[in-house]
Design a protein around this ligand. Structure first.
Ligand SMILES: [Zn+2]
Length: 608
């Protein structure tokens, strides 16, 4: 339904009010009704019932092939069976059209479709049901009626164990039901069902809920709430906007490998290892600020290429460098403003990000836009090799830093990345429009700086030219210095795809690991007696040259091997950011504004 009728302001308000009231009071039989039964936690089996309202005789139901991650994961692989009946209980024919789509005939008077699905994929990008809890990204669980994806949806959960409660940003209705005005909104709302801890607070007129499902000893709810207060205050003031009444933070702190967060319009789901809240709270703040800022960037300031969402295949966009990478840049400024990051650590993180990009030979062959398009290959170990790909998170965050500095330079300090985001928020998000990918970012940056920034986008966004870091840093009185450090080198690179196994992505030719018999594609079962976790790259970083490494692997065709070799060493370029020898007052002023993520005060304002 569209409200773009040419009515006057007041009339339109009334119309909207009447429509909202109608939506709230409308009986749910007009909506698609879902019931998710939590019947068999030990088997990770959920049964879904869909009641389709009256409509055409032939209906199609689609289960998305991707969600949350930009990866085709074919959730239909977990569906055990599908059946359908009419409202009187007579069986209806169900015909599979392709691996993720089913056709029901004889559904004119409505129909009841049922299926059983196996759900045991952990983490914020998954759907999991076990005897501890249920966590659902509903797009991995619920088929949608192809002809009614934009119609209202109602969902309820049945056979919920007595001590479990339901937490979700979905609108609650009577009798434990939840509603959404369409399927996209329904599946943009994660659901946690279990015996979790809950807290809430108000900040700047917004209401915030905090849901934590973790061991009580692993976190301090008050500390988390204090951190959240700072982040939401800094972010909403940076954007000068709060496009919601209520927002939900959902945390899991598992005592195993975990790492990541998933953004949603009115919530985020975040999982980090149980040690993080107490031992590395800055990591929790960093991922939280990133996911929270996504409520603007990508959820509301949204690339046109991602809309409408195509649940049947990849949605290609060239703009993930902006939607993901510059979300990290914004999160840096939010943490600086919130007092959760200081100048020294900010510059260290920046130098280490530069090193990460410069050490990947692919930074000369794959552009930030190409990396965005190729996001769909990230599940593949070969693709993640240094010679093959860069990360749009890494380069995108650095492009956010350099674009901010280019805008400052071009506008003589009168604009910054903050104005770029605010302008895109006004011109796209607030008007319900989507931005034309990288061109939309360029237009906004040029509008706030009143300058041509085409060179920036052609060289560094669409192109693969080396970024002249010092040209950008000079305005701040800072410079990048290179050095060499000798680092331990285990002779191989391993990577894991989210909850997948850790596999060997590359083995250094002629190195000790190769001589010991390690092969690309081997699955790593243990490193020095420990199962590899998300932290394995840090574990590997702790090795020093001449340490003995013992790795248990499984070959591509099966067969476990235990391999042992001595860790070698190699020289690597290291980067640091330092003060220039003479920092002028202008550079100092620019840097002070930069560290607040804001434009410099206009000269006229000084005079007054
Ligand atoms: Zn993100």
């Amino acid at each position: 339904m569209r409200l773009s009728v040419a009515t006057g302001g007041l009339a339109r308000q009334t119309l909207r009010f009447v429509l909202l009231l109608w939506m709230a009071l409308a009986p749910s039989y007009a909506a698609t009704n879902y019931t998710i039964s939590l019947a068999s936690p030990e088997q990770h089996l959920v049964e879904v019932q869909i009641i389709l309202p009256e409509g055409s005789a032939q209906r199609e139901l689609q289960l998305p092939v991707w969600n949350a991650l930009y990866q085709v994961r074919d959730f239909a692989q977990y569906i055990n069976w599908v059946r359908a009946k009419d409202r009187a209980g007579h069986a209806l024919a169900v015909r599979e059209l392709d691996k993720s789509r089913w056709q029901i005939t004889g559904a004119g008077g409505g129909a009841v479709v049922e299926y059983q699905i196996f759900l045991d994929s952990p983490g914020p990008f998954g759907a999991q049901f076990n005897s501890h809890h249920a966590f659902f990204n509903l797009a991995q669980v619920l088929m949608y009626p192809v002809d009614a994806r934009s119609e209202p949806m109602v969902v309820r959960f049945s056979e919920v164990p007595e001590e479990w409660r339901v937490a979700t940003p979905l609108a609650a209705m009577p009798e434990g039901r939840f509603s959404a005005h369409n399927y996209d909104r329904l599946v943009d709302s994660p659901v946690e069902i279990g015996d979790f801890k809950e807290s809430d607070f108000d900040e700047g007129g917004g209401h915030y809920r905090v849901i934590v499902d973790a061991e009580a000893a692993d976190y301090d709810m008050e500390k988390i709430a204090a951190m959240l207060h700072k982040i939401v205050a800094a972010a909403t003031s940076w954007m000068d906007d709060r496009p919601f009444e209520s927002y939900m933070f959902l945390y899991h702190f598992p005592r195993g490998p975990a790492g990541g967060g998933m953004e949603h319009s009115y919530s985020t789901a975040i999982a980090v290892n149980a040690n993080v809240p107490s031992q590395a709270p800055e990591v929790l703040a960093s991922v939280t600020a990133h996911e929270f800022f996504h409520l603007w960037n990508v959820k509301r300031i949204r690339p046109q290429a991602l809309e409408p969402v195509d649940y049947t295949r990849e949605n290609y966009t060239r703009a993930l460098w902006f939607s993901e990478g510059c979300t990290s840049t914004a999160a840096d400024f939010i943490r600086l403003r919130a007092g959760l990051l200081d100048e020294r650590h900010f510059e260290q993180e920046l130098a280490s990000g530069i090193g990460e990009l410069e050490r990947r030979p692919a930074h000369l062959t794959q552009s930030a836009e190409e990396s965005s398009l190729d996001a769909w290959l990230e599940g593949d170990a070969y693709y993640r090799r240094r010679e093959r790909s860069i990360s749009y998170y890494n380069k995108g965050e650095l492009l956010g830093i350099t674009l901010d500095l280019a805008v400052r330079e071009a506008s003589h300090g009168q604009a910054s990345l903050r104005e770029v985001f605010q302008s895109m928020n006004q011109n796209y998000a607030k008007k319900g429009r989507f931005f034309p990918d990288s061109d939309g970012v360029r237009e906004a940056a040029e509008a706030v700086s009143h300058a041509d920034l085409g060179w920036f986008f052609s060289k560094y966004v669409a192109g693969t030219e080396e970024i002249p870091w010092n040209d950008f840093l000079r305005g701040l009185g800072l410079r990048l210095v290179e050095g060499t450090t000798k680092i331990a080198d285990a002779g191989f690179v391993a990577a894991r795809n989210f909850d997948g196994p850790m596999t060997v992505a590359a083995v250094t030719a002629g190195g000790e690991a190769e001589r010991a018999g390690l092969q690309t594609g081997d699955t790593i079962l243990e490193i020095n007696g420990k199962a590899p976790g998300q932290e394995s790259s840090q574990d590997m970083a702790r090795f020093t040259a001449d340490d003995t490494i013992t790795v248990k692997v499984r070959g591509r065709r099966g067969g476990d091997r235990e391999l042992k070799w001595k860790v070698g060493s190699r020289e690597e370029t290291s980067y640091a950011i330092e003060n220039m020898e003479n920092v002028a007052a202008e550079q100092q002023a620019r840097r002070a504004a930069w560290l607040k993520g804001e434009a410099q005060v206009p000269q006229e304002a000084h005079a007054r």
